[in-house]
Design a protein around this ligand. Sequence first.
Ligand code: CTP
Ligand SMILES: C[C@](O)(CO)[C@H](O)COP(=O)(O)O
Length: 241
Amino acid sequence: MSPDPARGAWAIVVAAGRGSRFGGELPKQYVEVAGRPLLGHALDAVLSHPGVRGAVVVLAEGDRHWPGWERLHDKPLLACTGGDSRAGSVLAGLLALPHEVRADEFVLVHDAARPNLRHADLTALLERGRADPVGAILAAPVRDTLKRAGDDGGIDGTEPRERLWRALTPQLFRRLQLTRALEAAREAGVEVTDEAMAMERQGMRPLLVEGDEDNFKITTASDLARFEFILARRQAEGDGA
Ligand SMILES: Nc1ccn([C@@H]2O[C@H](COP(=O)(O)OP(=O)(O)OP(=O)(O)O)[C@@H](O)[C@H]2O)c(=O)n1
Ligand SMILES: C[C@](O)(CO)[C@H](O)COP(=O)(O)O
């Protein structure tokens, strides 16, 4: 039976990272912007979309900060514990999906550290990804000139940027195929940094769907300042989505 888009997709939101590059006592996913933790913003962005019917949030072991939300935007929100790597956390989320999510159904994987996802991008990903035999990811074309560095920090050369894209999230793949691809990478001892990489290792070619540059990952304090600025501007303009 082929997946029914009208049912909406389940999403996995991974929030089990340490945030070591961000620093600070509080894990970055719990840092508040406009009175809401980054994780809350990321969950809102996903669960407020009409094409999403529920989510699993993946938390770090012993997370003391999780507010215990069980529903958001009137949709179910399940929680589970993640792993030492992002890929391990995604696998934990896949296992924690309810049984009603069929093996061939497309599921979304999103970073809690990307709180600024727009509905329009998620709509495009769902529509185009479901039409693809493998699935799709949001991504942004590389816009800067690329330099290859030597060991001494000098420039060895300029690399062509044509056809290079930066991987964003959400990423959309079928539940069982993604589970198998992540398990295969783990068994081979390969650390995959996104879901598409696991699928590529299986010989598959996921589709790139261009997404907004503003769907950036909060990695350092300057990323947080950028998100604060964007949110303040959007709230001043009265635009919630
Ligand atoms: N073991 C891990 C590592 C990462 N993540 C999640 O994957 C997303 C992207 O991770 P990133 O921000 O790059 O990694 P962190 O571990 O959070 O930060 P750092 O690498 O700076 O320690 C984040 O939402 C993070 O919580 C996760 O669920 N489990
Ligand atoms: C999936 C991802 O967001 C792709 O950009 C991922 O979290 C990458 O993590 P990294 O630390 O930037 O490799």
